[in-house]
Design a protein around this ligand. Structure first.
Ligand SMILES: Cc1cc2nc3c(=O)[nH]c(=O)nc-3n(C[C@H](O)[C@H](O)[C@H](O)COP(=O)(O)OP(=O)(O)OC[C@H]3O[C@@H](n4cnc5c(N)ncnc54)[C@H](O)[C@@H]3O)c2cc1C
Length: 338
């Protein structure tokens, strides 16, 4: 689906800060196309109808509930904006992806679960897999028949991911790699069907592997008891002599960092949008509460009706233009995110 903006070429990244630029060269909400607005509206309606009424249910950490919601989101294409159409995705631009991320951030557990599926769950294989790997895994992940997870962190190497201890040893017959180690804090670990696992071949060459939950020796550990986003699953993944077929090496041996870090880069872009989205919801809710409790009850608490303490108008809305302008400058709207 084509969603290219008809406005002039935009400035890359934060260059607007150091270059002399005209206002029309800076991306603003007015530059959004009808298709951008449509996918944002679809995401908003999904969240209002399917997520908001279930927020309290998320505390139960019910795998069936999350799976069902992911399937519904997938049917609308909300988990596949970055996935090629050939493999069941919508293949939209990055503006569409971040609009969806912004809307999904209404509730943290859901944002985590759906963000992981749409990003670190699907994209390593969708963007870096061979045709065979993509055909085998991406359509199932795109429809959310299967859920995906991304296993980079370990207890002693998370920020310092390349120092992982998980190993991959070639089997004597050359048909498999035997994976050993424990990955930590795997989002959707308790419900995922397929894991992208990073391990070192011969203890040296950092490499990505596609590991199915049903492979012998794969054991998701106990759920972490988190202080927040409690509706999302976060578990270790224990690998004990797991035979991974050589066909499931993702990318090149020793080049796993290209996959690990590019996928995280896309995640950072979308997390930024999610944070802006969550702030906007929060501000809207705070304003709603303030208007109800302070203004309509006659006691203005020092606020003049319709104004906040800084003197800005409070028309019951947040300032999406400002938020989007900040977010729009975080990335090159014309780029492909690689
Ligand atoms: C809810 C949740 C879900 C997660 N999901 C996943 C997942 O799906 N897959 C996955 O692989 N991982 C996942 N993680 C792990 C996450 O990626 C790590 O928590 C993250 O990489 C940070 O690692 P750490 O917690 O060990 O912190 P540390 O690496 O111990 O860092 C602690 C602090 O020190 C700082 N720091 C670290 N190194 C340096 C340095 N060299 N110089 C200066 N400052 C430094 C960091 O910025 C941070 O502030 C998840 C974590 C959480 C909490």
């Amino acid at each position: 689906m084509e969603t290219a903006s008809t406005t002039p070429a935009h400035i890359k990244g934060g260059n607007f800060l150091i270059e002399s630029r005209r206002p029309e060269e800076i991306f603003t909400p007015e530059d959004l196309t009808d298709q951008h607005r449509l996918i944002a509206q679809t995401a908003q309606e999904f969240v209002d109808k399917e997520i908001v009424p279930r927020i309290h249910d998320f505390e139960r950490k019910d795998p069936a509930l999350m799976r069902g919601l992911l399937k519904k989101a997938a049917e609308l294409g909300l988990t596949t904006t970055d996935v090629p159409q050939q493999y069941g995705g919508l293949e939209l631009d990055k503006i569409s992806s971040i609009l969806v991320s912004e809307k999904m951030a209404r509730e943290g557990s859901w944002a985590t679960v759906v963000g992981a599926q749409a990003g670190i769950g699907i994209l390593p294989i969708a963007l870096f897999g061979t045709d065979d790997q993509r055909s085998r895994y991406v359509p199932k992940l795109a429809s959310a028949e299967w859920l995906g997870a991304y296993c980079l962190s370990e207890a002693t190497s998370a920020s310092d991911a390349l120092n992982c201890r998980t190993t991959a040893r070639p089997s004597p017959d050359g048909k498999h790699y035997l994976l050993n180690g424990t990955k930590m804090w795997v989002t959707n670990g308790g419900i995922a069907d397929v894991f992208v696992v990073f391990a070192k071949v011969d203890g040296e060459k950092f490499t990505a592997f596609i590991v199915e939950r049903t492979f012998p020796g794969v054991t998701p550990g106990a759920e972490e008891h988190k202080m927040g986003i409690r509706g999302s699953s976060t578990t270790p993944l224990v690998l004990e002599n797991v035979p991974v077929p050589v066909e499931n090496v993702l990318g090149e041996i020793g080049k796993g960092h290209l996959i690990a870090f590019n996928i995280l880069n896309i995640g950072r872009l979308k997390l930024g949008a999610g944070c802006v989205g969550a702030c906007k919801y929060l501000l809207a809710e705070a304003l709603r509460w303030a208007k109800e409790h302070l203004l309509s009850h006659g006691g203005h608490g020092g606020l003049a009706p319709g104004r906040d303490r800084s003197g800005c108008a409070v028309g019951g809305q947040t300032n999406p233009g400002g938020a989007r302008a900040i977010r729009g400058r975080m990335f090159d709207p014309q780029g492909d995110g690689h």
